[in-house]
Structures are given as C-alpha cells and as structure tokens.
Write a protein that binds this ligand. Structure first.
Ligand code: ADP
Length: 190
C-alpha cells in the first residue's frame, strides 16, 4: 500500500537534541508498535510551526512500515475534503471503513481544518469510528484549548478531544522553530 510519507524525513535525519522533551528511546519503543497499535492507541504531537512535528510523524510512520505495519500519511485538510466528497456521494461510511486497512493514520496539521470544512464534521466521524480500534497520530500547532475552530460546536470538540486523549501518548514540542535556529546558528554571534 502507498503510505504517502514525506520523502527524506526519517528518524536517522531527525535531530533529537533539538527537542529534549522527546526521547529517542521512547520513540524507538513507539516504532516497535506492538504495545499500542493493536489497541488503537494514539499519538499526539503539539507545538508551534517548524519544530519538526511533520518530520517526526512521517519518520515514525516509516519505521512502522519497516516493521510491517500499514500506515497512511495525510494532510488533514486533504483527507477532510475527500471525506466530505464521500459524504456528498452518500459513501462516507465506506470511505471511513476503507481507512481501517491502515493500522496507523497520520493526520498532519489538524488545526488547519477550517470551521467551514468542519461544518458536517466528517473528522469527528472518523475519530469516532477509529476509537479504541485503529490508531491515529495527529499533529497540531494549537493545543486543545483552540480546537473549537476545528469542530462545529464545543460539545463536539470536547467529545473528539476526549476520544483522542483517552489512550494517547502526548508530546509537546515547545521549542523554537528548527529552521530559524539553524539560520541563526549559520549567521553566528553578533
Ligand atoms: P512542523 O511540522 O512542526 O511545522 P516540520 O516537521 O515541517 O515542522 O519541520 C520544518 C523543517 O525543519 C523540515 O524540513 C524538517 O525536516 C526540519 N526539522 C525540524 N525539526 C527537525 C529536527 N529536530 N531534526 C531535523 N530536522 C528538523
């Protein structure tokens, strides 16, 4: 199956020193897979833009593929658009069921889903359908407090967050943008 991972973004090219709150050992345990994937547990990566969330997400996906798991990497807004089209075609249930073949569904940049896209909240249906059965790895540049922009109403936001965090490993990458740091290092002092 086509995993659509980001080319070149591997654990080997990921600089763990840049994110001291993420231990290489913990990520290695995660990429072994068996302790959480079978149970449908989730991983949530939070942090501002440029801190390596997409890189780490794709790298974890690649390591899992190498360990025999089926993984799909998707920009959340793209997937939401596809599911909305499926809903218009009265085929939403089938489209969500098709995603069951992936042990791990990576939803990159969930906070870019707009209120407009959320109107009929296919995203909520996806999260509910996978709950406790199939894992998700979600990246977001906003903490849960700001997720009311993703789901149509506060009750749905609460229910979605509740399902996601129930069995989740949460990483908060609260560091400075990797690229900005690299640029500053290149410039040198003064
Ligand atoms: P985010 O998803 O948090 O916005 P990205 O994963 O897109 O950030 O990272 C931005 C760029 O910086 C990418 O090219 C990525 O490979 C690189 N990058 C970020 N963090 C790291 C890191 N810790 N090690 C190596 N490259 C990194």
């Amino acid at each position: 199956a086509e995993a659509r991972l980001l080319p070149g973004k591997t654990l080997q090219t990921f600089d763990f020193a840049a994110v001291p709150m993420v231990s290489k050992a913990h990520i290695s345990a995660i990429t072994a897979g068996d302790s959480w994937i079978g149970k449908g547990d989730n991983i949530l990566l939070f942090g501002p833009p440029g801190v390596g969330k997409s890189h780490l997400a794709s790298a974890i996906g690649l390591a899992l593929v190498e360990n025999g798991y089926r993984v799909l990497f998707a920009r959340t807004t793209d997937l939401v658009q596809k599911l909305q089209q499926a809903r218009r075609d009265l085929a939403l249930e089938g489209a969500i069921a098709k995603l069951d073949k992936f042990h791990l569904l990576i939803l990159d940049d969930i906070a870019y889903v707009t209120k407009d896209q959320a109107e009929t909240s296919v995203l909520f249906e996806l999260i509910s359908a996978r709950y406790e059965r199939r894992s998700m790895l979600i990246t977001a540049n906003q903490a849960f407090g700001a997720w009311n922009t993703i789901f149509p109403d506060p009750a749905m936001t609460l229910a979605a967050v509740d399902r996601l965090v129930h069995h989740a490993s949460i990483f908060e990458l609260n560091v400075e943008s990797y690229r900005r740091r690299a640029a500053e290092k290149a410039k040198g002092p003064g």
